[in-house]
Design a protein around this ligand. Structure first.
Ligand SMILES: [Zn+2]
Ligand SMILES: [Zn+2]
Ligand SMILES: [Zn+2]
Length: 274
Protein backbone atom coordinates (compact mmCIF):
# COMPACT_ATOMS: atom_id res chain seq x y z
CA UNK A 1 0.00 0.00 0.00
CA UNK A 2 1.43 3.33 -1.04
CA UNK A 3 -0.14 6.37 0.63
CA UNK A 4 0.36 9.87 -0.78
CA UNK A 5 -0.90 12.88 1.13
CA UNK A 6 -2.27 15.04 -1.68
CA UNK A 7 -3.85 17.67 0.57
CA UNK A 8 -3.06 18.21 4.26
CA UNK A 9 -4.74 21.57 4.87
CA UNK A 10 -8.07 22.87 6.10
CA UNK A 11 -10.71 24.62 4.03
CA UNK A 12 -8.64 27.73 3.15
CA UNK A 13 -5.36 25.87 2.81
CA UNK A 14 -1.85 27.11 3.58
CA UNK A 15 -0.83 29.47 2.21
CA UNK A 16 -4.29 31.02 2.34
CA UNK A 17 -4.94 33.30 -0.64
CA UNK A 18 -4.08 36.93 0.06
CA UNK A 19 -2.97 36.10 3.63
CA UNK A 20 0.14 37.78 4.90
CA UNK A 21 0.37 36.00 8.27
CA UNK A 22 3.77 34.68 9.38
CA UNK A 23 2.72 31.07 8.74
CA UNK A 24 1.56 31.70 5.18
CA UNK A 25 4.70 33.75 4.50
CA UNK A 26 6.88 30.99 5.94
CA UNK A 27 5.09 28.40 3.77
CA UNK A 28 5.75 30.52 0.67
CA UNK A 29 9.41 30.96 1.67
CA UNK A 30 9.83 27.21 2.20
CA UNK A 31 7.92 26.38 -0.98
CA UNK A 32 5.55 24.06 0.90
CA UNK A 33 1.82 23.78 0.81
CA UNK A 34 -1.20 22.39 2.65
CA UNK A 35 -3.91 22.21 0.05
CA UNK A 36 -7.45 21.02 0.74
CA UNK A 37 -7.75 17.49 2.13
CA UNK A 38 -7.24 14.41 -0.03
CA UNK A 39 -5.32 11.13 0.21
CA UNK A 40 -4.25 8.81 -2.61
CA UNK A 41 -3.92 5.12 -1.69
CA UNK A 42 -2.34 2.88 -4.28
CA UNK A 43 -2.67 -0.88 -4.16
CA UNK A 44 0.59 -2.11 -5.64
CA UNK A 45 -0.70 -5.69 -5.79
CA UNK A 46 -3.69 -4.90 -8.01
CA UNK A 47 -2.32 -1.73 -9.62
CA UNK A 48 -5.40 0.21 -8.58
CA UNK A 49 -5.73 3.46 -6.64
CA UNK A 50 -8.33 4.75 -4.23
CA UNK A 51 -8.88 8.46 -3.60
CA UNK A 52 -10.11 9.47 -0.17
CA UNK A 53 -11.97 12.77 -0.48
CA UNK A 54 -12.12 14.87 -3.64
CA UNK A 55 -10.31 18.10 -2.93
CA UNK A 56 -11.19 21.36 -4.71
CA UNK A 57 -7.41 21.31 -5.41
CA UNK A 58 -7.77 18.01 -7.32
CA UNK A 59 -6.31 19.32 -10.58
CA UNK A 60 -3.34 21.04 -8.93
CA UNK A 61 -2.68 17.97 -6.79
CA UNK A 62 -2.58 15.58 -9.74
CA UNK A 63 -0.39 17.99 -11.71
CA UNK A 64 2.14 18.37 -8.90
CA UNK A 65 2.23 14.91 -7.24
CA UNK A 66 3.54 11.91 -9.10
CA UNK A 67 0.54 9.64 -8.78
CA UNK A 68 -1.92 8.36 -11.34
CA UNK A 69 -5.61 9.16 -11.39
CA UNK A 70 -7.65 7.00 -9.01
CA UNK A 71 -9.89 4.10 -10.01
CA UNK A 72 -12.43 4.66 -7.25
CA UNK A 73 -13.12 7.21 -4.50
CA UNK A 74 -14.45 7.41 -0.95
CA UNK A 75 -16.03 10.60 0.41
CA UNK A 76 -16.03 11.22 4.17
CA UNK A 77 -18.58 14.06 4.28
CA UNK A 78 -20.14 16.74 2.13
CA UNK A 79 -18.19 19.83 3.20
CA UNK A 80 -16.76 21.79 0.27
CA UNK A 81 -13.12 21.00 1.04
CA UNK A 82 -13.72 17.21 0.85
CA UNK A 83 -16.27 16.89 -1.94
CA UNK A 84 -16.18 19.70 -4.44
CA UNK A 85 -13.26 18.32 -6.44
CA UNK A 86 -15.52 15.58 -7.73
CA UNK A 87 -16.57 17.74 -10.67
CA UNK A 88 -13.07 17.06 -12.05
CA UNK A 89 -14.34 13.61 -13.00
CA UNK A 90 -15.80 15.21 -16.13
CA UNK A 91 -13.80 14.01 -19.18
CA UNK A 92 -10.99 12.63 -16.99
CA UNK A 93 -12.85 9.41 -16.18
CA UNK A 94 -15.09 7.06 -18.11
CA UNK A 95 -16.47 5.80 -14.84
CA UNK A 96 -15.64 6.79 -11.29
CA UNK A 97 -17.31 4.68 -8.59
CA UNK A 98 -17.70 6.78 -5.43
CA UNK A 99 -18.30 5.14 -2.07
CA UNK A 100 -20.05 6.92 0.80
CA UNK A 101 -22.21 6.29 3.84
CA UNK A 102 -25.93 5.58 3.54
CA UNK A 103 -27.04 6.95 6.94
CA UNK A 104 -29.61 9.75 6.59
CA UNK A 105 -28.46 13.01 8.16
CA UNK A 106 -31.39 14.66 9.99
CA UNK A 107 -29.85 18.05 9.13
CA UNK A 108 -30.01 17.59 5.36
CA UNK A 109 -32.48 14.70 5.23
CA UNK A 110 -29.95 12.99 2.97
CA UNK A 111 -27.04 10.63 3.46
CA UNK A 112 -23.54 11.55 2.27
CA UNK A 113 -24.14 9.14 -0.62
CA UNK A 114 -27.51 10.78 -1.36
CA UNK A 115 -26.04 14.30 -1.39
CA UNK A 116 -23.29 13.24 -3.79
CA UNK A 117 -25.87 11.56 -6.03
CA UNK A 118 -28.11 14.64 -6.19
CA UNK A 119 -25.26 17.16 -6.45
CA UNK A 120 -23.55 15.30 -9.30
CA UNK A 121 -26.61 13.95 -11.07
CA UNK A 122 -25.45 15.83 -14.22
CA UNK A 123 -22.22 13.81 -14.24
CA UNK A 124 -23.09 10.33 -15.42
CA UNK A 125 -19.54 9.05 -14.97
CA UNK A 126 -19.87 9.38 -11.22
CA UNK A 127 -21.65 6.31 -9.85
CA UNK A 128 -22.44 6.39 -6.15
CA UNK A 129 -22.29 3.27 -3.98
CA UNK A 130 -24.02 3.33 -0.59
CA UNK A 131 -22.47 1.66 2.43
CA UNK A 132 -23.60 1.15 6.00
CA UNK A 133 -21.17 2.60 8.55
CA UNK A 134 -19.01 0.02 10.34
CA UNK A 135 -19.63 -2.56 7.60
CA UNK A 136 -16.50 -3.29 5.56
CA UNK A 137 -16.72 -3.23 1.77
CA UNK A 138 -14.20 -4.05 -0.93
CA UNK A 139 -12.68 -1.59 -3.37
CA UNK A 140 -9.35 -1.50 -5.25
CA UNK A 141 -8.43 -4.79 -3.56
CA UNK A 142 -8.73 -3.15 -0.13
CA UNK A 143 -11.18 -3.72 2.66
CA UNK A 144 -12.59 -0.29 3.55
CA UNK A 145 -14.74 0.67 6.53
CA UNK A 146 -16.47 3.99 7.15
CA UNK A 147 -16.74 4.75 10.87
CA UNK A 148 -18.94 7.44 12.45
CA UNK A 149 -17.04 10.40 13.91
CA UNK A 150 -18.36 13.65 15.42
CA UNK A 151 -18.39 16.80 13.25
CA UNK A 152 -21.54 18.69 14.20
CA UNK A 153 -23.91 19.57 12.77
CA UNK A 154 -23.28 17.14 9.92
CA UNK A 155 -22.53 13.46 9.64
CA UNK A 156 -18.91 12.61 8.91
CA UNK A 157 -16.91 9.40 8.83
CA UNK A 158 -13.39 8.26 9.50
CA UNK A 159 -11.96 5.60 7.20
CA UNK A 160 -9.99 2.40 7.74
CA UNK A 161 -8.26 0.93 4.67
CA UNK A 162 -6.75 -2.54 5.00
CA UNK A 163 -5.02 -4.80 2.53
CA UNK A 164 -6.37 -8.27 3.35
CA UNK A 165 -3.32 -9.88 1.68
CA UNK A 166 -0.49 -7.93 3.30
CA UNK A 167 -2.24 -6.80 6.49
CA UNK A 168 -1.20 -3.17 5.85
CA UNK A 169 -3.59 -0.70 7.46
CA UNK A 170 -4.24 3.01 7.00
CA UNK A 171 -6.63 4.84 9.32
CA UNK A 172 -7.87 8.39 9.02
CA UNK A 173 -10.10 10.22 11.41
CA UNK A 174 -11.98 12.46 8.99
CA UNK A 175 -13.09 15.85 10.30
CA UNK A 176 -14.04 15.22 13.89
CA UNK A 177 -13.92 16.43 17.45
CA UNK A 178 -12.21 14.31 20.11
CA UNK A 179 -15.38 12.45 21.07
CA UNK A 180 -14.93 9.63 18.53
CA UNK A 181 -17.18 6.73 19.61
CA UNK A 182 -15.53 3.60 21.03
CA UNK A 183 -16.81 1.32 18.24
CA UNK A 184 -15.20 3.65 15.67
CA UNK A 185 -11.97 3.81 17.67
CA UNK A 186 -11.87 0.01 17.65
CA UNK A 187 -11.92 -0.03 13.82
CA UNK A 188 -9.31 2.76 13.52
CA UNK A 189 -6.97 1.16 16.09
CA UNK A 190 -3.56 -0.43 15.43
CA UNK A 191 -2.95 1.12 12.02
CA UNK A 192 0.47 1.29 10.38
CA UNK A 193 -0.31 4.93 9.61
CA UNK A 194 -2.91 7.19 11.24
CA UNK A 195 -3.90 10.51 9.67
CA UNK A 196 -5.48 12.51 12.49
CA UNK A 197 -7.13 15.86 11.94
CA UNK A 198 -5.60 18.61 14.03
CA UNK A 199 -7.00 21.98 12.96
CA UNK A 200 -5.24 24.16 15.53
CA UNK A 201 -3.09 23.94 18.64
CA UNK A 202 -5.11 23.85 21.89
CA UNK A 203 -3.95 27.30 23.00
CA UNK A 204 -6.01 28.83 20.16
CA UNK A 205 -9.28 27.67 21.79
CA UNK A 206 -9.34 30.98 23.65
CA UNK A 207 -10.07 32.64 20.30
CA UNK A 208 -13.05 30.38 19.50
CA UNK A 209 -16.41 31.88 20.59
CA UNK A 210 -17.27 28.51 22.18
CA UNK A 211 -13.74 27.89 23.49
CA UNK A 212 -12.56 24.29 23.77
CA UNK A 213 -14.16 21.04 24.87
CA UNK A 214 -13.20 17.53 26.01
CA UNK A 215 -10.46 18.77 28.35
CA UNK A 216 -7.80 16.31 29.44
CA UNK A 217 -6.69 15.79 33.05
CA UNK A 218 -4.48 18.88 32.78
CA UNK A 219 -7.34 21.04 31.50
CA UNK A 220 -6.08 21.06 27.91
CA UNK A 221 -8.96 21.12 25.39
CA UNK A 222 -8.86 18.22 22.94
CA UNK A 223 -11.66 19.74 20.87
CA UNK A 224 -11.61 23.19 19.26
CA UNK A 225 -15.14 24.61 19.42
CA UNK A 226 -17.38 21.66 18.57
CA UNK A 227 -16.26 20.32 15.18
CA UNK A 228 -12.50 19.72 15.17
CA UNK A 229 -9.68 18.28 17.22
CA UNK A 230 -6.86 20.35 18.60
CA UNK A 231 -3.30 19.18 17.97
CA UNK A 232 -3.28 17.90 21.56
CA UNK A 233 -6.58 16.06 21.01
CA UNK A 234 -5.29 14.46 17.82
CA UNK A 235 -2.12 13.31 19.59
CA UNK A 236 -4.15 11.92 22.50
CA UNK A 237 -6.39 10.06 20.07
CA UNK A 238 -3.32 8.71 18.25
CA UNK A 239 -2.01 7.47 21.58
CA UNK A 240 -5.32 5.76 22.30
CA UNK A 241 -5.43 4.17 18.84
CA UNK A 242 -1.84 2.98 19.13
CA UNK A 243 -0.85 3.67 15.53
CA UNK A 244 2.68 2.76 14.45
CA UNK A 245 3.04 6.23 12.88
CA UNK A 246 0.85 9.33 13.07
CA UNK A 247 0.70 12.38 10.83
CA UNK A 248 -1.47 15.37 11.72
CA UNK A 249 -3.58 16.64 8.83
CA UNK A 250 -6.33 19.19 8.08
CA UNK A 251 -3.89 21.70 9.54
CA UNK A 252 -4.81 25.41 9.37
CA UNK A 253 -2.67 28.52 8.88
CA UNK A 254 -3.69 29.61 12.39
CA UNK A 255 -0.79 27.60 13.84
CA UNK A 256 1.89 30.14 14.81
CA UNK A 257 4.77 29.99 12.31
CA UNK A 258 7.14 28.52 14.90
CA UNK A 259 4.73 25.57 15.46
CA UNK A 260 3.28 25.13 11.98
CA UNK A 261 6.16 23.16 10.50
CA UNK A 262 7.01 20.99 13.51
CA UNK A 263 6.63 17.22 13.58
CA UNK A 264 4.28 15.42 13.26
CA UNK A 265 2.33 18.00 11.22
CA UNK A 266 2.04 16.76 7.64
CA UNK A 267 2.77 18.61 4.40
CA UNK A 268 1.46 17.93 0.91
CA UNK A 269 3.38 15.32 -1.03
CA UNK A 270 4.43 13.09 1.84
CA UNK A 271 4.46 9.46 0.79
CA UNK A 272 4.32 6.31 2.91
CA UNK A 273 4.68 2.65 2.04
CA UNK A 274 2.71 0.40 4.39
ZN1 LIG B 1 -2.17 32.91 6.78
ZN1 LIG C 1 -15.75 19.26 7.51
ZN1 LIG D 1 -12.61 19.80 6.24
Amino acid sequence: MQVTLLGTGDTTGTPTPDCDCDTCREARDRGVERSRFSVHVRNERTDEALLIDASPDFRHQFLTQEVGLPDEAVITHVHFDHLDGLGNAYRLFDDLPVHAANEVDPLTDESVAGTIRSKYDYLDRVTVHDHAPLEPFETCGFEVTLVPVVHPPMLCYGVAVEDPETGAKLALTGDTNYDVPDESRAVLADADLLLAEALVPAHLCEHHPLGGDHHDENGVPQTFGTKHMTREGALALADDLDAAETRLVHVSHFYPAEEAFEEPLALDGEQYRL
